[in-house]
Design a protein around this ligand. Structure first.
Ligand code: NG6
Ligand code: CA
Length: 508
């Protein structure tokens, strides 16, 4: 009897263990299923570390983005990979340092695609996990393979590196062609008025900013004296395509409409949307609803406009009942610039606002304001609000999203910082290389080291300190946020430590 009893007990224990395991497995499965939120990256253009209310802006109100930051993680050490647009976007989407790609420099509107179509990208990776992938807004990573015929399907482009739906501007608001491109096709193009683009010389008889100042409603300060479109002189020359040209003031609303429609169209699958806003890049052309809303002139007004756009977009997610199931990441491609080539009162009306948020430098600079940018993650109900000083780079979005949706990706420069992005830890990466116009520097912990570079101390036209110097620069960003005290001489040990780690990555 005893033997029988022990045996029954044994069988009972075995069965209940098995059941428990089954239960665990179920929970596991559920967990993986649940971890497929929609993912939206809202990427601003030239928005400085200090340009949002939540980051200390003065005279610019950004209640909608502030609300997301207050309900999510506001990073104080969040970085773009580069101090200009193309390289930063390359780093964000591929997880690869842009200085590894010699073509990752500010591109003309006619440049070929610089992402290899065999390379891993965020949308490609998410597609493998069943996501639908969309892109609305600024591209600036090149299109085609050399000479683009804008009157035919423009390819390869974003659709060939992972995006299933794309509605873009090719490069920047100040570069031709000034048209929208819908999945490779120029929108509203009249076949009888074909588009021609040239970045070297003008087309006969076409007015330019240089030769026809009487036709301008916005004056150029430097560069930007090519074709005149909507009274604004641009970089490069464009002929034809009259019916396809965008209206600058409507661009924000236009992209918003497309972004909302994209979200609306997504029914079954989770989606990834890369929503790349054009503000506050030049030319700054707020819709008339926003003119004068900041008191800082067009630069402030377009930031207010962008904030409104973000609010409307989030409202759409709310109305569709999917805000709780959407991870939103907001950041900027590089630091701020005031006069980036047009007279638009950005300097005159600045008041006591500091777009750099107390940092040194700006767009184009190796000093911190070049690459340290607003960085916010928000996921209603999932992320507990916090301010995080974790060191995070846009490079890390790729690997972290891979971890979120539970997919293996090949090694890149990206690190899995998912817990930091979800506000669960304040531990970020240990170090990273930063880049500005092909020059590189190195941050490790609170320290940053900038090697010597030839070149002007200040880029006069934009009035920004570039970080060039004939000696090594070493700063402790914790005690010296504005990089005033060069400690290279007084702390040679730190300098050589950083140099050693830097060279190990940079390989020179
Ligand atoms: C520069 C432009 C600047 C801006 C920048 C790209 C001149 C003189 N300056 O060459 O206005 O367009 O390129 O900005 O042309 S970015 O944010 O896309 O990198
Ligand atoms: Ca930019």
């Amino acid at each position: 009897i005893m033997k029988k009893l022990v045996f029954t007990l044994f069988v009972f224990v075995l069965i209940s263990c098995k059941n428990d395991k089954k239960k665990d497995l179920k929970v596991e499965n559920k967990k993986t299923e649940a971890k497929q939120p929609n993912i939206v990256i809202i990427y601003m253009d030239d928005l400085g570390y200090g340009d949002l209310g939540i980051y200390g802006a003065k005279g610019i109100e950004t209640p909608n983005i502030d609300r997301l930051a207050n309900g999510g993680v506001k990073f104080t050490n969040g970085y773009a990979t580069s101090a200009t647009c193309t390289p930063s976007r390359y780093g964000l989407l591929t997880g690869v340092y842009p200085w590894r790609n010699k073509d990752a420099k500010i591109l003309p509107g006619s440049a070929p695609l610089i992402i290899d179509t065999t390379q891993i990208t965020i949308p490609k990776m998410l597609k493998k996990r069943g996501y639908h992938t969309g892109l609305v807004g600024k591209w600036h990573l090149g299109l085609g393979t050399g000479i683009v015929d804008w009157n035919k399907k423009v390819t390869p482009g974003p659709n060939e590196v992972g995006f299933e739906y794309t509605y873009i501007m090719a490069a920047t608001q100040d570069r031709v062609p000034t048209v929208y491109i819908d999945n490779g096709f120029v929108v509203n193009l009249d076949k009888n008025d074909p588009i021609e683009i040239n970045y070297d010389k003008n087309f006969d008889g076409q007015p330019t900013g240089k030769e026809n100042p009487e036709l301008l409603r916005m004056d150029w300060h430097h560069g930007h004296n090519g074709s005149i479109i909507n009274g604004i002189p641009r970089i490069g020359y464009m002929k034809g395509g009259k019916s396809a040209k965008w209206i600058d003031e409507d661009m924000a609303d236009h992209f918003l409409e497309k972004a909302k429609a994209y979200v609306d169209a997504q029914k079954e699958e989770p989606f990834f949307l890369y929503y790349a806003l054009q503000q506050p890049h030049v030319p700054r052309t707020p819709h008339k609803r926003f003119v004068g809303t900041s008191g800082l002139g067009p630069r402030g007004d377009v930031i207010v406009e962008a904030d409104w756009i973000v609010g409307e977009f989030v409202k759409t997610l709310e109305e569709k009942g999917i805000l709780e199931n959407t991870l939103i990441i907001i950041s900027s491609d590089n630091g701020p610039v005031l006069n980036d080539g047009y007279y638009d009162d950005a300097i005159e009306k600045l008041g006591n606002h500091d777009p750099k948020g107390g940092l040194r430098g700006g767009k184009y600079s190796l000093f911190d304001a070049g690459t340290r940018v607003p960085f916010i993650t928000y996921w209603k109900g999932e992320i507990q609000p916090t301010v995080s000083d974790a060191l995070v780079s846009q490079l890390d979005v790729l690997k972290s999203l891979a971890a979120l949706v539970d997919i293996e990706v090949e090694e890149t420069d990206s690190e899995n910082l998912l817990d930091a992005f979800l506000g669960k830890t304040k531990k970020g990466r240990k170090s990273m290389v930063i880049e500005a116009t092909t020059r590189t520097a190195f941050r490790e912990g609170d320290w940053v080291m900038i090697p010597p570079y030839n070149g002007p101390l200040v880029e006069k036209q934009v009035n920004i300190e570039l970080g060039n110097s004939d000696e090594y620069l070493l700063y402790n960003l914790k005690s010296d946020k504005s990089q005033q005290n060069n400690l290279a001489k007084s702390n040679p040990k730190k300098l050589s430590d950083l140099l050693f780690s830097f060279e190990a990555i940079r390989g020179n």
